[in-house]
Design a protein around this ligand. Structure first.
Ligand SMILES: Cc1cc2nc3c(=O)[nH]c(=O)nc-3n(C[C@H](O)[C@H](O)[C@H](O)COP(=O)(O)OP(=O)(O)OC[C@H]3O[C@@H](n4cnc5c(N)ncnc54)[C@H](O)[C@@H]3O)c2cc1C
Length: 350
């Protein structure tokens, strides 16, 4: 009996999208080659110093909310699997702390179809009883998402790429998809995907974002003053044992990676609203210790991730996996498993 030759797949881009795909295909037995233009993986938007994941709720339980909840569910399975394999350390590389959502922009409601304040896959989102006082006056509703927390995306990407069947080639910029020879080719280049496939430029929109952060936690007295988990609702604030991140700005159709002083102002204005626990002197001190980080995400106008075959006649083996917007953590693992199923289906059809 002869064994069938393992199928080959080339993935262009080693961000959250490319690394999640590499891991999913490697586990399915493919020989995977990842091409990354930079010196290290996570060189694009996925290099954000710390990222949060949280389910999303809406009163009509919109498809986007259901997609994100399913994505968080799959991400959590991956985080546990990689931790059990010794590739991630819970509490250092990620933590399911829960996320507090302060509904500063608009009140949110749990789906009316939920009989209990739990969703069908038990992501434990609840409306907290007491409205929260905000600056300068007023009160807002708070939601607590139990199955939510923070992840160091660089560590997650490294863990996903640590598989014997994955060959990572860095400083390997691909300039033409036609010259990549493999059974399957996946473009996962984030906002730079249209450079390889110009037809995507009308589909994807680049969105520049800046966060402020520091490689040590915020120290305020008393320490218990700040919520023990990330907070979102007006930008976000993530605090881990080793770092904090606040932001982000949101500039459509901009790709300039230079930090801007006016974005620092915007991020700290949002932080003052999001965390009224912080006094003005504390905010000033935190600001003096922070540094900016800039990245460019990409999204479709309908906010759905982009997974497609661009031109089946010209490139029958070519796929695209990108367009995660500001939800790369919640979408990467789900989209990778979905892409694997689609590719296998297509290959089976011949
Ligand atoms: C400021 C900011 C804050 C964010 N915060 C969060 C958060 O808290 N939670 C969350 O879930 N998401 C967050 N996001 C979004 C998240 O970072 C993105 O959704 C995610 O990183 C997108 O991953 P990606 O792999 O599609 O793209 P990228 O991470 O941009 O990866 C693309 C990779 O492809 C490489 N590449 C490009 N062209 C080529 C080529 N021709 N050849 C070879 N390699 C190539 C690039 O170098 C890069 O490494 C944030 C984004 C920003 C900008």
């Amino acid at each position: 009996m002869s064994h069938p030759q393992p199928k080959t797949i080339a993935i262009i881009g080693a961000g959250l999208a490319g690394a999640a795909c590499a891991s999913a295909f490697a586990h399915a037995g493919y020989s995977v080659t990842v091409y990354e233009q930079a010196v290290t993986p996570a060189a694009g938007a996925s290099g954000v110093p710390m990222a949060l994941f949280a389910p999303s709720v809406s009163s009509d339980d919109a498809p986007h909310s259901r997609l994100l909840r399913r994505g968080v569910n799959v991400l959590l399975q991956e985080l546990h699997r990689l931790t059990d394999a010794g590739l991630l350390v819970e509490g250092i590389d990620w933590a399911m702390t829960g996320v507090l959502e302060r509904c500063i922009r608009a009140e949110k409601k749990l789906p009316i179809t939920w009989l209990e304040p739990l969703d069908p896959i038990d992501l434990q989102s609840i409306v907290l009883g007491e409205p929260y006082p905000i600056r300068p006056a007023g009160k807002v509703q708070e939601l607590f998402h139990g199955a939510a927390g923070w992840v160091n995306p660089m560590r997650l990407i490294a863990a996903w790429l640590a598989h014997l069947k994955i060959d990572l080639k860095t400083q390997a910029r691909v300039t033409d998809v036609a010259v990549v020879h493999s059974d399957v080719v996946v473009v996962a280049c984030g906002y730079q995907s249209p450079e390889l496939l110009p037809e995507l430029s009308g589909v994807l929109q680049p969105i520049r974002g800046q966060v402020e952060w520091d490689a040590s936690p915020v120290r305020v007295e008393p320490a218990l003053k700040l919520p023990a988990c990330p907070v979102n609702g007006m930008g976000h604030f993530i605090q881990t044992p080793n770092t904090w991140v606040a932001g982000a700005t949101f500039q459509r159709d901009e790709m300039d990676l230079t930090p801007r002083d006016k974005d620092v102002d915007k991020n700290f204005e949002k932080l003052a609203l999001l965390l009224p626990e912080l006094t003005k002197p504390e905010l000033a001190r935190i600001r003096a210790e922070s540094v900016p980080w800039v990245g460019v995400r990409t999204a479709q106008k309908n906010r759905q991730p982009l997974m497609m075959q661009p031109d089946t006649d010209q490139y029958p083996h070519l796929w695209v996996c990108t367009g995660f917007g500001s939800r790369g953590l919640s979408l990467a693992a789900l989209c990778a498993s979905n892409l694997l199923a689609s590719v296998e289906h297509r290959l089976a059809l011949g």
